[in-house]
Write a protein that binds this ligand. Structure first.
Ligand SMILES: [Zn+2]
Length: 257
């Protein structure tokens, strides 16, 4: 069974073990050069960190697995658009991007939103999904699997790995979000009672469910079990840190079939 392995050299990060033909990894918040509140390994450009610091942080994060290859960072819209990565320098604006035939290294930035790695078994195809609550209630994970099905890939050939995201322990949502979750087939069990008429949302659990609904086999789904809100010593958490914080990086390089 594939799993996320924590590695402490040259600084703490996680690498996916057990996916042939893919190198997948994500960073935490340690090992970079940014000052607070982005201390230290912020790889996000949208958060008003110092540009030279972000550039150095990205260099360090990319060097963990990309071996000098160009890395293209997804341009997120917090929606459910699915696209192929084209030859352009800038990836398409989409929260799910697929890359085929070793077309380079793909990256996503996140802090509480859930990154999901997908890989087609036996083919050099894979992708990254960025699932916050908006993308999740729009079923971006399921849409990504159906996108592959339209390209002739049966869902049972799809492998999935969930990275760190905000867990039900830390993620309070209000009624409009809860209503959108309830509207998903089988979504209601992923809402837990919170205080004052609010709810707690199990974002990773719900995304696993959506992948299974789309036909991905349960035994093909790997979860990190890591909550960004519980581990602000390891991760940036947009919610826990009042909205001013950095971003981790999730990376996928397809090396072969
Ligand atoms: Zn938590």
């Amino acid at each position: 069974m594939p799993y996320w392995k924590m590695i402490d050299h040259p600084f703490r990060h996680w690498r996916l073990e057990g996916w042939p033909g893919a190198v997948a990894w994500f960073t935490g918040r340690q090992g970079g050069v940014s000052p607070p509140p982005f201390a230290t390994l912020n790889v996000g450009r949208s958060v008003r960190d110092l540009e030279p610091a972000v550039r150095e942080n990205r260099r360090r994060a990319e060097a963990l697995g990309a071996a000098g290859r160009p890395v293209r960072y997804m341009r997120l819209e917090h929606g459910a658009t699915v696209r192929w990565l084209g030859p352009d320098a800038d990836p398409p604006v989409a929260d799910a991007v697929f890359v085929g035939d070793a077309a380079g290294v793909l990256a996503v930035t996140f802090a509480d939103c859930l990154p999901i790695w997908l890989k087609v078994s036996g083919r050099p195809w894979g992708g990254l999904v960025h699932a916050g609550w908006r993308g999740t209630v729009a079923d971006v994970a399921g849409r990504a699997v159906r996108f592959l099905r339209h390209q002739g890939v049966p869902p049972q050939d799809v492998l999935a790995a969930l990275g760190p995201g905000i867990g039900p322990c830390c993620y309070e949502v209000d009624e409009p979000v809860a209503a959108a979750v309830r509207a998903l087939p089988g979504g209601a069990p992923f809402l837990l009672p919170g205080g004052g008429g609010r709810y707690r949302l199990d974002l990773p659990g719900l995304n696993r469910h959506l992948l299974e609904q789309a036909g991905v086999r349960p035994e093909h789904i790997t979860a990190s079990g890591l909550c960004t809100g519980c581990r602000t010593d390891w991760f940036f958490s947009h919610r826990r840190e009042g909205g001013r914080t950095g971003r981790m990086g999730g990376y996928l390089w397809l090396t072969g079939s």
